[in-house]
Design a protein around this ligand. Structure first.
Ligand SMILES: O=C(O)C1=C[C@@H](OP(=O)(O)O)[C@@H](O)[C@H](O)C1
Ligand SMILES: C=C(OP(=O)(O)O)C(=O)O
Length: 455
C-alpha cells in the first residue's frame, strides 16, 4: 500500500520560503517523466516476463502506481538504479486484498480504472483530499459502455468522485469512443481496458493529447494503429487480447519538471543553465515554444531519440520576456505548465492572455483560482476569467509581495507550490508558501536542486 495520504487538516505541511538569489548556473538533470514512468510500470506489469526500467520517476505519484500494481500481483523491485517488473500478462491481474490508495495522483487512478475494467476483479480506489475532489465521470462513462460496473461517491456538486469501486468485466464489450474532453488520461484508460477485450477498441481523439500510451503500447508489441480522418481527428485502434513482451525502458527527464528551473533561469538576471536529457515530444513541448515566442533564450542541443521519445539538452539564458496571447489550441501540449507560465507572464513586459483552460479548474487544485489568488498577493495585475488568466507583467521589476504577506496557499498542488517557489526568486524580499511537500509527488529534490543552481 502507499504511504498515508496527505490531508489538508492533519498533514505534515512544511512551509518554505524562497527569496532572490544570484544568477542560476550549471548543468542539471531533472527526475524522470511522470507520464512515461506510470505507463512503464503499468505496461511492464502486463507483459509476460521481466522488464527493466531506468530513469523512473521516484515521486509519490509513480510510487503509488507501483504499489497498486504490486497489490494486484506484479513483482516490482529496485536494485541499484534499475527497476525490474515481473509482469502477470494481459488479463492476469489478481484481486487486491484491500482498497488501493492513490494519494494525489490523477494519472494513477484514471489509468488503473481502465486497467482493471476488463479484468474479473473488483477494486476500490481512494485518494487524498485533492484527488477525492476530482471528476471521475469522464472515465466511468466510456468504461460503463464497455459493460463495467462502478460505484462512486457523489460530491456535493453532483460529480462522481473517489472513493469508487470498479467491478471489472471479462470479457468486456469493445468500444468506439470519441473523447468529449482533451484528456490523455481518458484516452489511456480506454486503451488499457481494450488490451484485455476481444475485438477492436477505438478512441477518436479530435484534439491531440500526449501520445506516450500509443508509442509505448506499440513498443510493447500491441497491435495499435493511428490514422487521421478528414476532420483531422486521430483514430486510434487497438486489437484486444494482446500479448505484451517485456521491454528495457529508459525514461527521459520530465519536461513538466524542467519547466521550473527553465523559467527560473529566464527570470533571474545573469543566469545560464543547461537541463540535460529532457523529453521534447511535441505533444508536451508547448511551454518551450511559448517562452521562445515571449523572447526566452532557449535552445535545444544534442537532439536525439531515447526509447522512441525525442530528447534534448536545453540551454537557457536570462531573457527579457514580452507578454503574448497564448492560443487556446496549444493548451493540451502544455496543460501542466500554465502555473509556471503565469509566473513568467507576471515578470514579462506587457500583457499575457490565456483562454480555453477550463481543465485547469479540475487538476490537483483549481489552478486558475490558486494562481490568480497567489499572484494577487504578490501585487501582480491579474484578472481571473472563467477559462484563463490575463496578466500584465512587471517588465522584469521584482514583485513586491514580501515576507509580510501571508503564506501563499498551495492547496495540495505540486505545480502551484513549485511555481510560487520560482516566483520567490523574482520578488523584492522573498515569499513563503504554506507547504512545499506536494513537490514530492512529481519532483523529489526540487528545493535542493534549485539551491544547487544558485550556489
Ligand atoms: O496522461 C497523463 O499522463 C497525464 C495527462 C494530463 O491529464 P489530463 O488527461 O486530465 O489532461 C496531465 O495533466 C497529467 O499530469 C498527466
Ligand atoms: C495534473 C497533474 O497530474 P495528475 O492528473 O496525475 O494528478 C499534474 O502533474 O500536473
Amino acid at each position: 500500500m502507499t504511504s498515508k495520504p496527505k490531508d489538508q487538516t492533519t498533514s505534515g505541511a512544511k512551509p518554505a520560503s524562497f527569496a532572490p538569489v544570484g544568477p542560476l548556473t550549471g548543468q542539471i538533470t531533472v527526475p524522470g517523466d511522470k507520464s512515461i514512468s506510470h505507463r512503464s510500470l503499468i505496461l511492464s506489469a502486463l507483459a509476460i516476463g521481466k522488464s527493466e526500467i531506468t530513469g523512473l520517476l521516484e515521486g509519490e505519484d509513480v510510487l503509488a502506481t507501483a504499489a497498486a500494481l504490486r497489490a494486484m500481483g506484479a513483482k516490482i523491485e529496485k536494485k541499484d538504479t534499475v527497476w525490474t517488473v515481473h509482469g502477470v500478462g494481459v488479463g492476469g491481474l489478481l484481486q487486491p486484498e484491500t482498497a488501493i490508495d492513490l494519494g494525489n495522483s490523477g494519472t494513477s487512478v484514471r489509468l488503473l480504472m481502465g486497467l482493471v475494467a476488463s479484468h474479473d476483479i473488483s477494486v476500490t480506489f481512494t485518494g487524498d483530499a485533492s484527488l477525492s475532489k476530482r471528476p471521475m465521470g469522464r472515465v466511468i462513462d466510456p468504461l460503463s459502455q464497455m459493460g463495467v460496473n462502478f460505484t462512486a461517491r457523489t460530491s456535493v456538486d453532483g460529480k462522481a468522485c473517489l472513493p469508487l469501486t470498479v467491478r471489472g468485466l471479462c470479457p468486456a464489450v469493445p468500444l468506439e469512443y470519441r473523447l468529449p474532453v482533451a484528456s490523455a488520461q481518458v484516452k489511456s484508460a480506454i486503451l488499457l481496458a481494450g488490451l484485455n477485450t476481444p475485438g477492436v477498441t477505438r478512441v477518436i481523439e479530435p484534439v491531440l493529447t500526449r501520445d506516450h500510451s500509443e508509442t509505448m503500447l506499440k513498443g510493447f508489441g500491441a497491435d495499435l494503429t493511428v490514422e487521421t480522418n478528414k476532420e483531422g481527428s486521430r483514430i486510434i485502434s487497438l486489437i484486444g487480447e494482446a500479448e505484451l513482451s517485456p521491454q528495457k525502458i529508459k525514461v527521459p527527464g520530465d519536461p513538466s519538471s524542467a519547466a521550473f528551473p527553465i523559467v527560473a533561469a529566464l527570470l533571474v538576471p545573469g543566469s545560464d543553465i543547461v537541463v540535460e536529457n529532457v523529453g521534447i515530444n511535441p505533444t508536451r513541448a508547448g511551454l518551450f515554444n511559448i517562452l521562445q515566442q515571449m523572447g526566452g533564450n532557449i535552445s535545444f542541443k544534442k537532439k536525439r531519440a531515447v526509447g522512441g521519445e525525442p530528447v534534448a539538452d536545453i540551454h537557457v539564458k536570462h531573457s527579457k520576456l514580452t507578454g503574448i496571447d497564448v492560443p487556446a489550441d496549444i493548451a493540451p501540449s502544455m496543460i501542466d505548465e500554465f502555473p509556471i507560465l503565469f509566473i513568467a507572464s507576471a515578470l514579462a513586459d506587457g500583457t499575457t492572455t490565456t483562454s480555453g483552460l477550463h481543465e485547469l479548474r479540475v487538476k490537483e487544485s483549481d489552478r486558475l483560482h490558486q494562481m490568480a489568488t497567489g499572484l494577487g498577493l504578490l501585487g501582480v495585475d491579474v484578472t481571473e476569467k472563467e477559462d484563463g488568466l490575463v496578466i500584465t507583467g512587471s517588465g522584469g521589476e521584482p514583485l513586491t509581495g514580501g515576507k509580510k504577506i501571508k503564506p501563499i496557499e498551495t492547496a495540495l498542488d505540486h505545480r502551484i507550490a513549485m511555481s510560487f517557489a520560482v516566483a520567490g526568486l523574482a520578488t523584492a524580499s522573498g515569499l513563503t508558501i504554506d507547504d512545499i511537500t506536494p513537490a514530492e509527488t512529481s519532483f523529489p529534490g526540487f528545493a535542493d536542486l534549485m539551491k544547487e543552481l544558485a550556489s
